[in-house]
Each structure stands twice: as C-alpha cells, then as structure tokens.
Design a protein around this ligand. Structure first.
Ligand SMILES: Cc1ncc(COP(=O)(O)O)c(C=O)c1O
Length: 387
C-alpha cells in the first residue's frame, strides 16, 4: 500500500481497552459496521455517531439510575432539554399549561416558538391549588409544565398531587427539576411523566459544560423523547458526557455541603435589618417549607431574599460591594454568585409584590463565614445607599 493509504489505516484503537474508572471516550461520526447486512439493521443498533457512543451511554445509564427512569435522553443544554421534550410530546392544536415562575428562556421558547407552531400556552399561578389547576384543563390540554421551586422566587408546588390529578384527566406532566438536580427530589417517583434538568448546573458542578436531560418511566415516552432528538439532529459530545459523569460522582457530596452552607447563610440573612423576607424552601418558616420537607431529601445552594425597599441604585451598590459572590446568571457550580431579579419578574402574568428588591444567591463551596462577611459588607453598602 502507498504511504497515504497506510497512514489512513494505521493507529486504530486496540481491540481490548484497559479498564479505567470512567468509560472510554469514543469520538466518531462514522461507525464502522462489521458487514453489509448491518448497514440497515432491523433493531435499534447504532449506525451513526450522532446517536451517542460509550461516554454518552454511560451517562444516560447513570442518570437513569438516579432518576428511577426507564430511559434518559441527552440534549445540548438545559434549555434544549426543555424545548426538545416539549416538541417531542406536543402537536399543533394542543394546549400546554406552564407555571408562571418558569425559567424565563423556557417561557420565551413557549411564547415565540411553540405558539408559532399552533400550540396554545397558558400560564398558571404557582400558588393555585392542584385541584383548581387541574379543574382548569380543557379538552386541548396535553401537558402541565411545572418548575418547583420556581425560578427566582422559589414558590413550591405540590408536584405529586398535580401529577396524580393530571393523570386522571389524561394530561401529561413535566417538571424542570434543576434545583433538585435529579437527586434531592425525584419527580418520576412522585408520578410526574417527564423529569427534565439542566445538567449544566449541579451535575456538571464546575460552570464549564452545557447539557440537559429528560427522563421518563413510560417506554413510549422514552421513545418519543429519543425520536425528538433524532429528528432535530441534536447531539452531545463524548467529552462533555464524560465531564457530566465525572460531576455526577461528587454530586451528593457537593450538594450536602452547598445545601448546608446555603442554610447557614440564609439563617444569618434572615436576622439582618435590611432583609424583609427569605425565599428558601428549606429554611423553616419560609413559604413552601412543608412541601420541601415532604418531597426533598435536602437543599441545594440556590435561594432568594428580599431587601427592605430601596432604589435600583442601592441594589446595585449592594451587588457591587460583593467581593466573593460573583455577579452571574448561572448556578450549580463550586462558586458563589448573586443577581438582582426584579427586571426578570416584570414579565410574569401573575405579578407579585415581594415587599422590596429580590436578590438571588447561589452559595458555593467557599467557607460560609467568609460569605457572610462578604454579605455583611454589601448590606452595609445597601444601608448607606438607602439612607
Ligand atoms: C431552572 C433552569 N432550567 C433550565 C436552565 C437552562 O439550562 P442551560 O443553561 O443549560 O440551557 C436554567 C439555567 O439557568 C435554569 O435555571
């Protein structure tokens, strides 16, 4: 053979790979098939790399174990998981009920794309009772999309009761369970049909990889989710899947520490004169605490609090005085973050007055004492700016 041919044929992986703790990362769009008959298999055999390879399969299996699912589908981001799962089960003429406290970009997808494809979108107040909510379904209602606790304002929903009532009416349920990370809360065990999460947050844990997942128990739904990804042509890389699997190994340990630190910080904040309300479902006395205690095995490090009324300028002074908390929209990583929320709350259907500016904190793996000292400085800056 000529040199160019020899170079193309040389250096393929050895037949048997040494066993490592993590799965091998296979990279490949092309899959070499053993014979002509395998080109068009009658079963689900993989014939093209977009369907996923060793690392993606290992991650799917681990997530299925955690979620108590028959199958888990991977998406290129958390938002893609929400959009993809909705597209997989909805059709023109359907109506979807979406909790008003949904992650804002999910709402944007519903308003700007789902509606354009003939799906009616109706928002509901997270404080509405499950009975009233399910009483409001119409013949066209196909799905209820929950997020509990709600984005930014942390309203809890009675997920199990909504799922039970919806099922009796033939309506599917889906939950964005990014706060519970598939670990602190398992929607499928509470009767929810599809459990979605942004793996980007706690499973990744290091603020550097995007991915989302959708898990289901019913094999027909698992198939619908897989078909959705297949038809849309979405794929996640083996490298990213490997990183997610690596994050999953330490998820319980990180969540335990971040949940505990978050509660310490929240309990301290509750006693500060500049704070009028805490929004942390795991903090006794906060709205939704009973549902959290019933349905969750722990808390993550994300929560909100309300400052006593003050101008935007003072809110910015608070945020700008923070030295350890970064200003950033994400969460779930090892680092602490803070954002102001009022601008995002303005586009809700059921607007609420929380009694002052709402701040969201993500407590990372730093020492809680250092984080409290940082917040103390920032609250002093807030007091000065409102004086
Ligand atoms: C509750 C929730 N769901 C979904 C997402 C989307 O995740 P991703 O950034 O991976 O698209 C986010 C991101 O902030 C989120 O907070």
């Amino acid at each position: 053979m000529d040199d160019e041919t020899r170079l193309i044929r040389a250096g393929h992986a050895p037949g048997a790979l040494a066993k490592t703790v993590g799965p091998p990362i296979q990279k490949g769009s092309t899959i070499l098939l053993p014979d002509a008959a395998s080109l068009y298999p009658s079963d689900d055999s993989i014939t093209y790399g977009r369907q996923g390879l060793s690392a993606q399969f290992a991650l799917q299996a681990a997530l299925a174990e955690m979620e108590g699912a028959a199958g888990v589908t991977l998406f290129p981001s958390g938002l893609a998981a929400l959009a993809g799962a909705l597209l997989a089960v909805l059709k023109a003429g359907d109506e979807v009920l979406v909790v008003d406290t949904i992650y804002k970009p999910t709402r944007r997808f519903c308003d700007r794309m789902l509606k354009r494809f003939g799906v009616a979108v109706r928002y509901y107040d997270p404080r509405q009772s499950p009975d009233d909510l399910v009483d409001s379904v119409s013949d066209a209602t196909r799905l209820i999309l929950m997020e509990s606790p709600g984005s930014l304002s942390f309203e809890m929903q009675n997920v199990g009761r909504i799922a039970e009532l919806a099922r009796a009416r033939g309506v599917l349920t889906m939950a964005d369970n990014t706060w519970g990370a598939g670990y602190l809360h398992r929607p499928l065990a509470h009767g929810v049909d599809i459990s979605v999460q942004a793996l980007t947050k706690y499973v990744g844990g290091h603020s550097d990889v995007f991915m989302g997942s959708a898990a289901a128990k019913d094999p027909k739904l698992v198939r619908a989710l897989e078909d959705g990804v297949l038809h849309l042509g979405w794929a996640v890389s083996g490298d990213d899947a490997y990183q997610m699997l690596r994050g999953l190994r330490t998820l319980p340990t990180r969540l335990a520490r971040q949940g505990e630190s978050g509660l310490l910080v929240a309990a301290w904040l509750r006693d500060q004169p500049q704070v009028v309300q805490m929004l942390h479902p795991a903090l006794p006395g906060c709205p939704g605490h009973e549902l959290w205690a019933r349905d969750y095995t722990g808390a993550c490090g994300l929560f909100g609090f309300v400052l006593r009324p003050g101008p935007d300028l003072a809110v910015n002074a608070f945020l700008d005085a923070l030295e350890l908390f970064g200003l950033g929209f994400s969460w779930g990583g090892f680092e602490s973050l803070a954002i102001s929320c009022d601008e995002q709350l303005a586009n809700r259907t059921f607007r609420r007055d929380y009694g002052g500016p709402l701040i969201r904190l993500h407590v990372g793996l730093e020492s809680p004492a250092d984080l409290i000292a940082d917040l103390q400085r920032a609250l002093e800056a807030y007091a000065k700016a409102t004086a």
